[in-house]
Design a binder for this molecule. Structure first.
Ligand code: VGL
Ligand code: ZN
Length: 208
């Protein structure tokens, strides 16, 4: 593929808590890191998202009396799957993996700071109210195509890709540079099907 100045790489949530040994580990999530590092060399413009919760975030089962991980509650009108405590601001779990190259990043977009709403997408919270400013930043920098990789395919990668498309970017998912958390074993495959049906182009890193 011919890469241009109008292309951006979006690296979603490659943080310690989503890696093996972390609080919300994605199986084989660490395997994408060498690939993400390699892919970065193809791009002049790179942004990363960072899941960055306050300890009191209501998406954590521990902050909902009598609830456990995997329960679904109503959180301010939205169905909320309850997660283990993860990516808490100031903890090692919220940090990017040390194996991940960061020196060429243009900007980091943090999300999930409002304790009353979860935020899977790097663009907007799940209620579509809070805006991280990512779309504006990409547009100000004349970006037209976004290439997405990172964790987890079935949550933050999926919703970031759908919002990117919705914001008018030609959107590519780099399928070998993502992994699903698979709350249900088919979530990963279903996400790929859903993204392709929406008009997101599925490519492998070799095609870049
Ligand atoms: C994520 C669940 C909760 C993700 C973040 O990065 O995919 N998943 N918070
Ligand atoms: Zn989270």
């Amino acid at each position: 593929m011919e890469m241009t100045k109008r292309d951006a790489l979006l690296i979603v949530d490659v943080q310690n808590d989503f890696l093996p040994g972390g609080a919300l580990a994605v199986s084989s999530g660490d395997q994408i890191i060498p690939l993400v590092n390699l892919i970065q060399s193809k791009f002049d413009f790179i942004v990363a998202s960072q899941d960055f919760h306050p300890a009191a975030h209501k998406s954590f089962a521990a902050n909902n009396l009598g609830r456990k991980v995997g329960d679904i509650i109503d959180l301010n009108g939205l169905d909320q799957f309850l997660w283990p405590v993860h990516c808490v601001q100031g903890t090692d779990g919220a940090d990017f993996s040390k194996a991940l190259k960061q020196e060429n990043w243009n900007k980091i977009f943090q999300k999930g700071m409002n304790p009353e709403v979860d935020s899977y997408s790097g663009f907007f919270d799940n209620a579509k109210r809070g805006d991280t400013g990512l779309a504006k930043f990409l547009k100000e920098n004349q970006i037209e195509r976004v290439f997405i990789c990172g964790l987890a395919l079935d949550y933050c990668v999926k919703f970031t890709a759908l919002d990117a498309l919705n914001e008018g970017f030609e959107t590519f998912l780099i399928t070998d540079a993502t992994r699903p958390v698979n709350v249900k074993p088919t979530d990963g495959e279903n996400s790929l099907r859903e993204l392709a049906a929406a008009g997101i182009k599925l490519i492998t890193s070799k095609e870049l």
